[in-house]
Design a protein around this ligand. Structure first.
Ligand code: GDP
Ligand code: MG
Length: 368
C-alpha cells in the first residue's frame, strides 16, 4: 500500500533468467502485487520466477502470467494491466524484467498518481544529470528523435523520453483505455500516450536515472525499430486528430493541420517540378509559377504552426509539470526534481476538467 492506495507492478519479461531474480528481490515493500508476464522465454526465466515464489515470496505477492505464444512487450503489459484492473488495484506501475529500472525511484512515479497530481506518470531519462554520457549515443539520439515525433502525435508537448517503460497509471485511466487497441510491441509507450491524450489524461514526466550495464541485454534492434515506430507514431497522430478533434469533439486545428500539410507538400512538389524543368529543358521558370510555389509553401508552414499552437493550447490542461510531492520521505532530491509542498504541487499540477474524450475543447486555455 502506498498512502492508502494499492499498488501493482507489471514486469514484462522475455529471456531474463539472469536479471529477473534481482528485480523481484529489490521490489519496494509498498508494492502489493507483482505481475510477472512471461512471453515464452526460451531460457530459465519461468523456472527462476517459480523458484523465487516458492522459496522467497512469503507474502504471496508475486503472480506469474504466461502467454501461450510470444506477443511482444506491449501486449505483455496489457495483460498485466488487465489483471490489475480485474483486481481493482489503485495504481499500476511497469518495471522491466532486466533490472534497468531503479527500484528506489518507483515511489517518485507512484506518488504522482497516488496524490492525484497526474493520471499517468512516466520516467524521463533524457534530462537526468549525465544522461548523454550514460545512455549509449545511438539510443539517446533514436529516443530523442522518437520523442520529438511523439510530442506532435500525442499532444503531450512537454513530455520527452517517449521510449521509457518506467510508468505508473491510475485505475481510472486503465478503466477508460481500450487496452486491446494498443500496439503490442516496442512502440507501445508511444501509442499509449496517443490514447491517453484522446481520453484527456494528465501526464507528468518524472526525471529518473538511466540504468545501463547491469547485465541487461536489449532485445530491441534500434535500426529496425525506429522506422517502424515512426510510422506507428504518424498513424497515431492521424488517429488522435480523427478521434479527438472530429469524432468526439470538433476543433478547427484539424483543418489547420490538414490544409497546412496539403499546401506545403503541394508547394514543395511544384517547386521541385519547376526546378527540374528549368534544368532539364533549359527554359526559364515563369515568375508567377515560382511565386505561386513559394506562396503555397509559406502559407502551408504558417497553417501548420497555427495547428500546433492550437493543439498546445487545447492540451495545456493535461500538462503536469513535475514537482516532488513528499521529498522528506527519501531525504534527497532526484535529478531535476524540485521540492515543493503537496499543496503547491497540486496547485502546479492542477488540471481539472471532467473525464472523457471530448472535455478538452478549449482552444485557449487559461490555467497558467
Ligand atoms: N513479455 C515480454 N517481454 C518482453 C518482450 N520483449 C522484451 N521484453 C521485456 O521488456 C523489457 C524491456 O525490453 P528491452 O529489450 O530491455 O528494451 P530496452 O530496455 O528498451 O532496450 C525487458 O524486461 C524485456 O525482458 C516480449 O516479447 N515479451
Ligand atoms: Mg532493457
Amino acid at each position: 500500500m502506498y498512502e492508502g492506495k494499492t499498488v501493482a507492478v507489471v514486469v514484462p519479461c522475455y529471456n531474463e533468467q539472469t536479471q529477473i531474480g534481482t528485480v523481484l528481490e529489490t521490489m519496494p515493500d509498498f508494492v502489493d502485487r507483482v505481475l510477472v508476464v512471461d512471453d515464452q522465454s526460451r531460457d530459465d526465466t519461468v523456472a527462476t520466477v517459480q523458484r523465487y515464489v516458492q522459496e522467497r515470496d512469503r507474502a504471496g505477492r508475486i503472480e506469474l502470467i504466461e502467454h501461450r505464444q510470444n506477443q511482444g512487450v506491449g501486449r505483455a503489459i496489457t495483460t498485466g494491466y488487465e489483471r490489475a484492473r480485474e483486481l481493482e488495484i489503485d495504481i499500476t506501475a511497469v518495471m522491466a524484467g532486466d533490472g534497468q529500472m531503479a527500484p528506489a525511484e518507483l515511489e517518485l512515479l507512484v506518488e504522482q498518481v497516488a496524490h492525484g497530481a497526474a493520471d499517468y506518470a512516466k520516467g524521463n531519462r533524457l534530462f537526468y544529470n549525465n544522461a548523454w554520457g550514460t545512455i549509449p549515443k545511438h539510443r539517446f539520439l533514436g529516443n530523442a528523435f522518437l520523442s520529438m515525433l511523439t510530442k506532435v502525435a500525442s499532444g503531450y508537448w512537454h513530455s520527452v523520453d517517449s521510449q521509457t517503460g518506467y510508468t505508473a497509471i491510475s485505475l481510472e485511466a486503465l478503466r477508460l483505455l481500450d487496452l486491446d487497441g494498443l500496439y503490442p510491441r516496442y512502440g507501445y509507450p508511444n501509442d499509449m500516450l496517443v490514447h491517453l491524450n484522446v481520453w484527456n489524461m494528465r501526464v507528468v514526466d518524472v526525471p529518473i536515472e538511466p540504468v545501463y550495464n547491469v547485465g541487461e541485454q536489449s532485445k530491441m534492434k534500434i535500426w529496425k525499430v525506429v522506422p517502424t515506430i515512426s510510422w506507428l507514431i504518424f498513424k497515431g497522430f492521424l488517429w488522435r486528430m480523427g478521434h479527438k478533434y472530429i469524432i468526439h469533439n470538433f476543433h478547427p486545428l484539424v483543418l489547420f493541420y490538414a490544409t497546412g500539410a496539403l499546401s506545403s507538400f503541394g508547394g514543395s512538389l511544384l517547386g521541385l517540378y519547376l526546378l527540374v524543368h528549368r534544368f532539364t529543358q533549359g527554359t526559364p521558370v515563369a515568375t508567377t509559377s515560382a511565386l505561386f510555389s513559394a506562396f503555397l509553401v509559406m502559407s502551408g508552414l504558417q497553417l501548420l504552426l497555427f495547428g500546433m499552437w492550437f493543439d498546445m493550447e487545447d492540451n495545456r490542461m493535461l500538462r503536469v509539470l513535475y514537482r516532488r510531492i513528499a521529498p522528506e520521505r527519501r531525504g534527497h532530491s532526484q535529478g531535476l526534481a524540485a521540492s515543493a509542498s503537496p499543496d503547491e504541487t497540486l496547485r502546479l499540477a492542477a488540471a481539472g476538467g471532467e473525464r472523457g474524450p471530448s472535455s478538452s475543447s478549449r482552444p485557449f486555455g487559461t490555467d497558467d
